[in-house]
Design a protein around this ligand. Sequence first.
Ligand code: KG4
Ligand code: ZN
Length: 352
Amino acid sequence: MKILGIETSCDDTGVAVIDDSKPLSNVVSSQAKLHAKYGGVYPSLAKREHQKNLVFVLIKALKKAGLLKKQKTLVDEKTIQNILVREPELSKGTIRFLEEYRKPALSAIAVTIGPGLEPCLWAGVNFAKALAFAWNLPIIPVNHIKAHLFSNNIKKNDLPAVCLIVSGGHTQLILMKSFGEYRILGETRDDAAGECFDKTARILGLKYPGGPEISKLAGLFKGKKTISLPRPMINSKDYDFSFSGLKTAVLYHPAKDKVKEMAHEIQEAIIDVLIKKTEKAVKEFSAKSIVAGGGVTANRELRKRLKRQKVKVYLPDIKLSTDNALMIAEAARYGTKKNWEDIEVKANLRIE
Ligand code: KG4
Ligand code: ZN
């Protein structure tokens, strides 16, 4: 069973193909360079980029998977135009592509329907609908957070699991009792962990995305520690997080010029809080494993600290930590096939 995955929830345009569980291709076009100019992601700008990139990324992914075959094809232009009426920059390219290539041997199209930036999500969803209509295929709607979790090949025996989702948009601790049974234990009340990396990096004059930049500089810090930043809510009784105070502490810190040490301390502060709350949840719920997901799991220090835990730890490959469509196609194995007309974006979709 071959599934095409599409991901456009934030600033990465991704298309991937899997054959059962075997990845055939995974193409990501990152908009990081563009957004670096503005220091963050502007949804309308990101949406336009998705529109410009999607056909090209799709062609690359199909080609790599060996599914791209030229063949003049008749296309119902009117319906495609209707489906893509809100994606004007995507419409022409999609029609041209459909006219030029024959239907690939796929059994379904998986697409992220949320959570994420609404305009961006629609670009991917409408594109998926156009393809599903033209190729007469079902769509499997995918929750982006679940996809981050399922980029790990979780074994049933390791449940219940405490899941730590840390990305640019989300910071959540989730209890996974079985596949399909989730409880959000806590989440951030303001900034997400990745957002905190990005915003403090910006204060320090580093480029977007800030996570990798902070992590690089933190690794270069040697010497005695002189800076001490707060660990917000580290001892609170719940599983919630708050990172905006950390950002403010950096903004008003007199030693902002000690960039390496500051980066090191920011990273430590964020990780200390994440680890403490994860450990607490593992204990309280007698979890057999920790499942981590989201862009911040690319952070080597966080990975090291997670691996030191007493229970089994699932971590995605560093390359698959940040947004990609392979995880969307993989998560689709647990999803339900639907008619393209019944697919809607849910920007605030929750896992529960
Ligand atoms: O999951 P993701 O690609 O997109 C969202 O769904 O948000 O996560 C992106 C986030 C960004 O905030 C980025 O700074 C952070 O992941 N990130 C990192 C690292 N690599 C990416 N944070 C810390 N250390 C890293 N090495
Ligand atoms: Zn993500």
